[in-house]
Design a protein around this ligand. Structure first.
Ligand code: BTN
Length: 242
């Protein structure tokens, strides 16, 4: 989708751009419609967590995706979104962004962006890819102080929110189209090239092992003491090199 035909809805303050995007989708909003907000009062994170922000500090956006992918392949869009964010950060700031399975974006080992992919069946499947990027934060609440970072902290300069949004949307379109046209292999290859998780000792839920690969279905392949295990989306904890 080109820049001019994309509809972007800009809001000042909203509970969650995800909620707004689903509401718009129910009312028939087109594929590729984007919602952006300056601040969210009930931002949603993965696994039921909250995603907090101070007004104007973050890029908070949700993209409506009406995809031709099979329902079973829709979760791969979250890997596409993470990759798009990593590429957009690198293109606009020169920072080396890395991917933590399933879909966190890290810079210098700290989380700079998160993705929340949600889907609903509204006559047909609708996916909303929610993207939160830390832009201008100078510090974080105590519980995030050791693990989070922002573009401003890492790049040492401000990066325009719209410039980054434009780059994210263009990269997401590219990877989504590639996934729909060519299957998962090219996305998997690129994801692995930017992966931070591979080669590290990790814990996903109750499973612990060394992350060794990304499977053809998007699962993380763990080498455990007893053998190889494929894990579907969960939380990756721990990050020592294996
Ligand atoms: C995570 O837990 O890492 C995912 C965070 C996703 C946050 C974004 S901000 C824009 C969109 N709206 C929401 O309520 N959540 C997502």
């Amino acid at each position: 989708m080109d820049r001019l035909s994309r509809k972007i809805i800009r809001l000042t303050r909203v509970d969650s751009t995800q909620r707004v995007a689903f509401e718009l989708a129910e009312r028939g909003a087109a594929d590729g419609t984007v919602v952006v907000a300056d601040t969210q009062t009930a931002g949603r994170g993965r696994r039921g967590r909250v995603w907090q922000d101070e007004p104007g500090d973050s890029l908070l956006t949700s993209v409506i995706v009406r995809s031709q992918l099979r329902v079973v392949d829709l979760p791969k869009l979250s890997l596409a979104a993470a990759l798009a964010v990593a590429e957009a950060i690198e293109a606009t700031t020169g920072l080396r962004a890395r991917l933590k399975w399933p879909n966190d974006v890290l810079v210098n080992g700290r989380k700079l962006a998160g993705i929340l992919l949600e889907s609903r069946i509204v006559a047909e499947p609708v996916v909303v890819a929610g993207i939160g990027i830390n832009l201008r934060q100078r510090s974080f609440p105590e519980e995030l102080a050791q693990t989070a970072t922002s573009v401003g902290l890492e790049a040492g300069r401000a990066v325009g929110r719209d410039e980054l949004l434009e780059a994210v949307l263009a990269a997401f379109d590219r990877w989504r189209t590639r996934l729909e046209r060519d299957g998962f292999a090219p996305l998997r290859e690129r994801w692995l090239a930017l992966a931070d998780t591979i080669g590290r000792a990790v814990t996903v839920g109750e499973h612990a092992g060394v992350a060794v690969d990304l499977a053809a279905d998007g699962a993380l392949v763990l080498q455990e003491a007893q053998g190889v295990r494929h894990v579907v989306a969960g939380e990756v904890l721990g990050s020592e090199h294996g």
